[in-house]
Design a protein around this ligand. Structure first.
Ligand code: RET
Length: 289
């Protein structure tokens, strides 16, 4: 086996071969009604949001307004898949905490370790970029800054995943947490400094102010919950942590989506780009559908 396939095998082994079968994890989730509801509610809300965007956006004509609407829709497209993964037990594992961790020696469903919802960190890698693309476009920012935040959010989520899956050392878990938080602060800086100033110039300051508040306040909730939850200091139990993330998701995804969408459907000058916006040939207007 090549070193790459050996590594891939190790990761797959660590995630999937943890003693409990997927069917047992699925059963474990549904035996805990609160935990199951925290997943199922989000599947329903993501589905409702996708349909809501399709309905609200049915008369959009401007290509730039359409890209914002599609970005907003993709947040929920990722979310419905993410929560389906958690509900089915596919993206959950029982993971043994390292020496010195407050949940060291804990057992879950007869297995050594705690329930880790690692699918959440993995799927944020795909959902948070679309939140930032929509926000950056509403602020009227350029692609350099938008893609910078996209790269940093991917880095933040992947290192957050590493923090959750590291079992070798407690210090290394927190080290990953620190790296991830530094990446997070880069994003917060761009939103609060660059995009706030750009939204003033673009004429979207009112909407951006609301979205910024929901986003920055909501996003800070995630690392706080991680630190208080079973992965960090283990002050909160698994179902409460899961509800915490599910409620934060409602704020940072569905509420943000509808606030933005109700603005976009009127296609105000501040967000439209004109018929040839995004065309791959200069001065060529692509056919509408
Ligand atoms: C982690 C732990 C490591 C440190 C930091 C984190 C931040 C996570 C954030 C997640 C936002 C998720 C959203 C999802 C919507 O689909 C990974 C919890 C800083 C900010 C908005």
């Amino acid at each position: 086996m090549s070193p790459l396939s050996t590594t891939a095998f190790d990761v797959q082994h660590a995630l999937l071969e943890n003693g409990l079968t997927q069917a047992e994890l699925f059963e474990y989730v549904f035996d805990d009604t609160a935990l199951a509801l925290s997943f199922v509610l989000n599947i329903a809300l993501a589905g409702f949001t996708i349909l809501g965007i399709a309905y609200l956006g049915r008369n959009l004509t401007d290509p730039r307004a359409k890209i914002i609407a599609i970005s907003l829709m993709l947040i929920s497209v990722v979310s419905i898949s993410s929560y389906s993964g958690l509900t089915s037990g596919l993206t959950l594992s029982i993971i043994e905490m390292p020496a010195g961790h407050p949940a060291e020696g804990v057992t879950t469903a007869g297995e050594d370790g705690v329930l880790t919802m690692w699918g959440r960190y993995l799927t944020w890698t795909f959902s948070t970029p679309f939140i930032l693309i929509a926000l950056g476009m509403i602020a009227g920012s350029n692609w350099t800054k938008i893609l910078t935040t996209v790269a940093f959010t991917i880095a933040m989520c992947v290192t957050g995943l590493a923090a959750a899956l590291t079992t070798s050392s407690l210090a290394m878990r927190w080290w990953w947490f620190v790296i991830s938080s530094i990446f997070f602060l880069v994003i917060v800086y761009v939103i609060l400094v660059d995009w706030t100033a750009e939204a003033e110039r673009t004429g979207t300051a009112d909407l951006f102010g609301t979205l910024k508040l929901l986003t920055v306040v909501g996003w800070f909730g995630y690392p706080i919950l991680w630190a208080l939850g079973v992965e960090g200091f283990a002050v909160l139990d698994v179902a409460i942590t899961s509800w915490g993330y599910s409620l934060l998701d409602i704020l940072t995804k569905y509420i943000v989506t509808f606030v933005a969408m109700f603005y976009v459907i009127d296609e105000p000058d501040a967000i439209t780009g004109g018929d040839d916006y995004g065309s791959s040939l200069p001065e060529f207007t692509p056919a509408d559908d």
